[in-house]
Design a protein around this ligand. Structure first.
Ligand SMILES: [Zn+2]
Length: 89
């Protein structure tokens, strides 16, 4: 594998991408419910896509999993580098 993405703010390697306005084909979506004793109600993590055939999206945002800063530009640059180094499909 190539070198991992590195956050320009904290040098972390983990990041989360949030896509909005998605057009997803054959998606498998999971939602976790946790019982909250104090509120006597379930709390949901929100819907998480665990698998899909293809995802088309209009906009996306990347956030560092460590320092939670916006790293959209850095991730886009990183992905360009990875795609550029691999054989084009
Ligand atoms: Zn960071």
């Amino acid at each position: 594998m190539a070198e991992p993405f590195t956050c320009p703010h904290c040098n972390g390697h983990d990041y989360v991408i949030t896509l909005t306005g998605c057009n997803i084909t054959n998606a498998t979506v999971q939602e976790a419910f946790e019982w909250n004793e104090e509120e006597q109600d379930y709390q949901s993590s929100g819907s998480i896509i665990v698998d899909s055939e293809s995802v088309e999206n209009e906009g996306g945002e990347a956030v560092c999993a460590n320092c939670e800063k916006d790293v959209s530009d850095a991730v886009a640059e990183y992905e360009e580098k990875i795609v550029g180094g691999a054989a084009q499909a």
